[in-house]
Design a protein around this ligand. Structure first.
Ligand code: G3H
Length: 482
C-alpha cells in the first residue's frame, strides 16, 4: 500500500509456507505469496509520506483532530470485520494458539479504541488555558514527521499497532514494514487502511530490510524510527540516517527477565506463574521469564515440580482445544535452541525434565536446564524460545548483582511472602528494571501501564497514554492579556 494505492506487483516474490502441517509426513503447508519490494517502492513510499506531511503543512498534520479521529474510527470498524481471517492466519503463519490469536486481535481493537479515547482526553485537557505571570498558555501536542515503523513476528498485530496507531493519530504519516513472519495476516487489513486514511498517510511495504528499510533511512527524511525487535537492526538502521542526532527513537528490544523465588515463596503459585511466564507462546515473548533464580532451601522441590509440570504441557496444532505448546514459525529456531542446550550440558548443566529437547519437525519440547553458570550462553543470551535455565542462590545479593551487571533491564518477577524482606528489595529492583511483578509473572499489559526498559532493553516508553507523548512534541500557544 503506497500513496493510497494497492500496488499490482510483478517483481520478485516469495512463497510463504507454514511450519505447521496436518499431514503425517510434515509436508509444509503453502499459505500464499508475498512481494519482495525494493528501493524503488521504498522511495515511492517515502515520497508519499513526505507529501502527506509536507514539512508540517500537509493534509495529515494539519487535519482537524475530530477528522483524524474519524479516520481511525473508520479503520477500526473495518478491522473488526476481518477478525476470523486474521486469527486464522495468526495460527498458520506464526503458530499462535487459537485463544492467544483471538486475544491478540481483540486486545489490538481495544487498544485502538483506548488510544482514541486517550487522544480525545489529551486534546480536551490541552484546550484549557493556564495563566502564569500574565501570560496565558494553551498547551498541545503536535506531530513530529514521517515515522518508519518495524514490528516483530511474535505479536505481528498487537505490538506493531502499539507503534503505528499512536504515531498516526498524532499526525505523523507512517511507513510500516512487517517482520519476516506474519506478513500475510496483514493482507485483510490493507483495504481498511486504504479506505480510511488519506493518500500517503499509511504506507505498507513488504520486503527485505536492506532493500526496503535501508533506503528509507538513508533518505534522511524519517523523523522517528519506531521498532520492536532486536538492537542490532535498530542500531544498523539508525546509523544509516544522515542526521541521526535529530532522529527520535522509540524502541522495544531484548530482555532477559529473571524470576527470583525466595525461600518463603508460595511454591504452588510460583510454579504456575513461572510455567506460564517462561513458556506461553513457547517462550517467544520479550516479557517471558528467561532465567529462574531459586533459593537453595527450596530448589530441590521447586526444580522437581517445575520439571514435572513442564512435561505435562500439551502440544499440538494451534487450533486444537487446550493446546499450550505449538510449532515454532522460524525454521532455524529448533537448531538454535539445541545449540544452547548443548552448550549448557557441555559445561555441566543437566536437562532435568524427561521430554526436554525432543524435536519433531519444527516443534521442540521445552528443556529445563540446571544448574546454570555464568560461562553458559543461556546465562545471558536471550533465548526467545522453549528452554528454561535455572540457577540457585543462597544470598539475595547474588541475583541482584547479576541483574546489575546485565545488559538488559526490562522486568523481574519476585516470589515471596515476608513483606519485611520484600519491601526493601523492591526499592533496589526498581533501579535495575522498570517493572517489578510481585508473586506474578512478567507481562506487558494491561496496555495502559508503561512498557519500557533500562539499558539495552528499550528506548522510550509505550502505553496508551505514554505512546501519544512519545510520537509527538509539546507545543503551546501563548498570549498576553491585552
Ligand atoms: O514480546 C513482547 C510482548 O510485548 C509481550 O507482551 O507480555 O503481553 O505477552 P505480553
Amino acid at each position: 500500500l503506497v500513496d493510497g494505492e494497492l500496488k499490482k506487483w510483478t517483481g520478485e516474490t516469495s512463497d510463504v509456507y507454514s511450519t505447521i502441517s496436518s499431514t503425517a509426513d510434515y509436508a509444509p503447508t503453502f499459505l500464499g505469496t508475498i512481494p519482495f519490494m525494493n528501493e524503488v517502492q521504498a522511495i515511492e513510499a517515502i515520497d508519499a509520506a513526505d507529501k502527506a506531511y509536507a514539512n508540517g503543512q500537509g493534509i495529515w498534520p494539519t487535519m482537524k483532530v475530530a477528522d483524524r479521529i474519524k479516520c481511525m474510527e473508520d479503520f477500526v470498524i473495518q478491522m473488526k470485520a476481518t477478525r476470523s481471517e486474521v486469527v486464522k492466519l495468526l495460527m498458520w503463519e506464526i503458530g499462535k494458539s487459537l485463544s492467544d490469536s483471538e486475544k491478540e486481535f481483540d486486545r489490538t481493537v481495544e487498544y485502538i479504541y483506548d488510544t482514541i479515547a486517550s487522544y480525545k482526553e489529551l486534546n480536551s485537557r490541552g484546550a484549557k488555558f493556564s495563566k502564569v505571570q500574565g501570560i496565558n498558555a494553551m498547551i498541545r501536542r503536535s506531530s513530529l514527521g514521517v515515522v518508519l515503523c518495524l514490528g516483530p513476528y511474535n505479536y505481528p498485530l498487537n505490538e506493531t499497532f502499539t507503534l503505528l496507531i499512536p504515531a498516526l493519530i498524532m499526525g505523523n504519516p507512517v511507513i510500516f514494514k512487517p517482520a519476516k513472519h506474519g506478513v500475510l495476516l496483514l493482507s485483510p487489513l490493507l483495504t481498511a487502511f486504504q479506505s480510511s486514511f488519506p493518500k500517503g498517510v499509511i504506507n505498507i511495504l513488504y520486503g527485505r530490510g536492506r532493500e526496503v528499510a535501508s533506503p528509507i533511512m538513508k533518505s534522511g527524511r524519517v523523523s522517528v524510527l519506531a521498532l520492536i525487535g532486536n538492537s542490532k537492526s535498530a542500531i544498523a538502521l539508525q546509523d544509516l540516517h544522515p542526521n541521526k542526532n535529530k532522529l527520535r527513537l522509540i524502541l522495544g528490544l531484548e530482555a532477559k527477565n529473571p524470576a527470583i523465588i525466595l525461600a518463603d515463596a508460595n511454591l504452588d503459585l510460583a510454579l504456575s506463574e513461572c510455567i506460564a511466564g517462561s513458556l506461553s507462546f513457547n517462550g517467544q515473548r520479550c516479557t517471558a521469564l528467561k532465567i529462574l533464580y531459586v533459593h537453595e532451601d527450596v530448589a530441590e522441590e521447586f526444580n522437581k515440580r517445575f520439571a514435572q509440570k513442564v512435561d505435562e504441557l500439551s502440544f499440538g496444532n494451534p487450533w486444537e482445544k487446550g493446546v499450550f505448546l505449538t510449532p515454532l514459525p522460524e525454521k532455524e529456531k529448533p537448531a538454535y535452541i539445541q545449540e544452547l542446550i548443548e552448550d549448557a550440558t557441555n559445561k555441566g548443566a543437566k536437562i532435568i525434565n524427561k521430554k526436554g529437547g525432543e524435536t519433531t519437525d519444527n516443534f521442540i519440547f521445552p528443556a529445563v536446564l540446571y544448574p546454570i553458570n555464568k560461562q553458559m550462553r543461556l546465562y545471558e543470551e536471550e533465548q526467545f524460545g522453549p528452554v528454561v535455565p535455572i540457577m540457585t542462590f543462597k544470598n539475595i545479593q547474588e541475583p541482584l548483582d547479576d541483574m546489575a551487571a546485565s545488559d538488559y533491564g526490562q522486568q523481574v518477577s519476585l516470589f515471596g511472602k515476608d513483606i519485611k524482606t520484600i519491601a526493601p528489595l523492591i526499592d533496589t529492583l526498581v533501579n535495575l528494571v522498570c517493572r517489578v511483578n510481585l508473586n506474578s509473572s512478567c507481562q506487558r499489559g494491561p496496555d495502559v501501564f508503561p512498557f519500557t526498559g533500562r539499558k539495552n532493553s528499550a528506548v522510550g516508553t509505550l502505553s496508551i497514554h505514554d505512546a501519544l507523548r512519545a510520537f509527538s512534541i509539546r507545543t503551546f500557544v501563548a498570549s498576553k492579556d491585552n
